[in-house]
Design a binder for this molecule. Structure first.
Ligand code: TEU
Length: 546
């Protein structure tokens, strides 16, 4: 499968479109919106998990890898979705959560019943309730071990206690997971996203981490590349579109996970660029985004992955991240300009762009005021932790409002009116006040909308081979307010200037030189041409030399 000139659209099924009025999105709802997705021009749909799950982590706690949770519909619905998408030239990518299963999975239930074969599918450690195996912490807060008194054993969970880590050292586990891949491959999917795939290889022994939460022991673990190559080889998915979510990885590892010819994945998500507003690296401490650091990190990964013929997924948004226009843009005066600038900045990089549902509309963060409006397990845990750290309710809510994963899990906004057309029932989570004016219906009818701009970017990727295939080099690298880069393919050249500020900024190069020398303005987020030697607020300028 090719992926360099393709665009992936991420759907969070629970919040995309409800078809039966139960207030939660479902597969029939996605089918009803395929014409919209085809109109937008996307090539693949990455669906986050819709497998049977107790929903402690909204489906990332999988209780059966080869079935459909009834809340989303039936296997027949899924087969219809695959067929209807294919008719529109769209392929499906499924989300494989192979680092852990739900504690409701039959494997874990058998382990709890004392079956030692299935206990070896996980990390069970004998001990007493007063002696935790080591001081690792869950990424959702609290200890990463849960004690089972009936067994006199602890089990490891890097995420929620309802998500028990699988022991990939056990060949039987690896064989079970290969069967899962073969099952969905036979259903005609086009590819897979692998959840926290760089955490699957754990160290032989579990020791305290005197420097942190333990992640340095299990991130990019000892056998991770070996396990991944074995999975890809034994399931024959090397020619499919595959992407790995890499939690806290390094560039050197990213080059291997997504390197041409490494026998691992087509591409990878790294997240370093999405931590430039984490004070002291802590997601739960607010800081104004450091745009200079953002450019450094994008440059490091873009030029680094290019050097090793490896491929990036390029993105701002997903179901775990706040809405980018609220995070790095402006939701007031420069809402349209900043959303379009952010879109252009990502879509013209070297890599495969991912659009997260609603990003193409410029949907903002949820804007919830009360913790009771939130649903996400990580959010609710950290609200408690922030209060225990001594923050007032108001201070804690300020952090939650900026950082909660629920910012991206509010329902997709389709039209004006009740629940923005998402459901005829009561939605499982509320909608932002902005839903009244920001929706597909309004933006499809506005030639200058953010949605139309995304559609233009997707089309440009198909028209201009340079965008998909060209080299990249960053320019204006001394400027802390601008991200700018040059793409080249043969004689063709593209330069992209992005002003990340709400005020005008000067560039080192006088932009007025471009029109005169065979360059043409390919794309801009301002109606009037720029005759200045500076970039206007949130201005995106893209010049092309054919
Ligand atoms: O996310 C991995 C992960 O660490 C994210 O939860 C994110 O980095 C974190 O929330 C930042 O604080 C994957 C899935 O995308 C996420 O939805 C799941 O909750 C998680 O794994 C466990 O499966």
């Amino acid at each position: 499968m090719d992926f360099k000139d393709k665009v992936v659209y991420q759907i969070y099924p629970k919040s995309f479109q409800d078809s039966d009025g139960d207030g939660r999105g479902d597969l029939q709802g996605i089918i009803s919106r395929l014409d919209y997705l085809s109109w937008l021009g996307v090539d693949y749909l990455w669906l986050t998990p819709f497998f049977p799950s107790p929903q402690r982590d909204n489906g990332y706690d999988v209780a059966n890898y080869c079935a459909i949770d009834p809340q989303y519909g039936t296997m027949a619905d899924f087969e219809t979705l695959v067929a209807e998408a294919r008719k529109r030239g769209i392929g499906l990518m499924l989300d494989m959560v192979f680092n852990h299963t739900s504690t409701e999975h039959i494997w874990f239930k058998r382990a709890l019943n004392g079956d030692e074969q299935y206990q070896s599918y996980y990390f069970f450690q004998s001990g007493t309730a007063d002696k935790i195996p080591c001081n690792w912490e869950s990424k959702f807060g609290g200890p990463a071990w849960k004690y089972v008194p009936a067994l006199g054993k602890w089990y490891l969970h890097l995420f929620d206690e309802g998500q028990a880590d699988l022991n990939w050292e056990n060949p039987a586990v690896r064989e079970e997971l290969k069967q899962v891949i073969r099952f969905w491959k036979a259903k005609g999917v086009a590819g897979f996203r692998f959840d926290v795939v760089n955490l699957i290889s754990k160290p032989k022994k579990f020791e305290d981490d005197g420097q942190g939460d333990g992640r340095r022991f299990y991130t990019d673990g000892p056998h991770v590349h070996e396990f991944l190559q074995e999975l890809v080889r034994d399931t024959g998915i090397g020619n499919m579109v595959t992407v790995g979510e890499l939690s806290s990885t390094t560039l050197a590892n990213g080059q291997r996970y997504a390197g041409a010819g490494t026998g691992e994945l087509s591409m990878c998500f790294s997240f370093h660029h999405l931590k430039v507003d984490y004070k002291d690296g802590d997601k739960w401490q607010l800081m104004v985004p450091d745009i200079g650091n953002l450019r450094e990190l994008l440059q490091e990964w873009q030029e680094g992955m290019q050097a090793s013929d490896s491929w990036n997924a390029v993105f701002w948004c997903n179901h775990d991240q706040p809405r980018v226009v609220s995070r790095f843009g402006d939701t007031g005066r420069y809402w349209k300009e900043s959303a379009k600038m952010l879109a252009g900045c990502i879509h013209l990089l070297r890599g495969t762009p991912y659009i997260y549902q609603g990003e193409e509309l410029g949907m903002p963060n949820a804007g919830f005021r009360d913790i009771g409006q939130y649903r996400d397990v990580e959010t609710l845990n950290y609200h408690k932790i922030l209060r225990e750290r001594g923050l007032s309710e108001e201070e804690a809510m300020k952090v939650i409002q900026a950082r909660s994963r629920d910012n991206s899990r509010t329902p997709m906004q389709w039209q004006a009116g009740r629940n923005a057309g998402f459901t005829a029932g009561t939605p499982w989570i509320g909608l932002p006040e902005a839903a009244a004016s920001i929706h597909v219906e309004a933006e499809q009818n506005d030639s200058d909308s953010i949605l139309q701009f995304y559609r233009k970017l997707i089309r440009l990727r198909k028209e201009q081979k340079l965008i998909a295939e060209g080299s990249i080099a960053f320019i204006e690298t001394e400027n802390p307010d601008i991200i700018a880069y040059r793409r080249k393919l043969g004689q063709q050249e593209l330069v992209v200037y992005c002003n990340f500020r709400s005020h005008s900024v000067h560039t080192a190069k006088d932009l007025r030189q471009y029109p005169a020398t065979g360059w043409r303005l390919l794309l801009s987020n301002y109606a009037e041409e720029n005759s200045l030697a500076e970039l206007r607020p949130y201005e995106l300028m893209v010049w092309l030399k054919d």
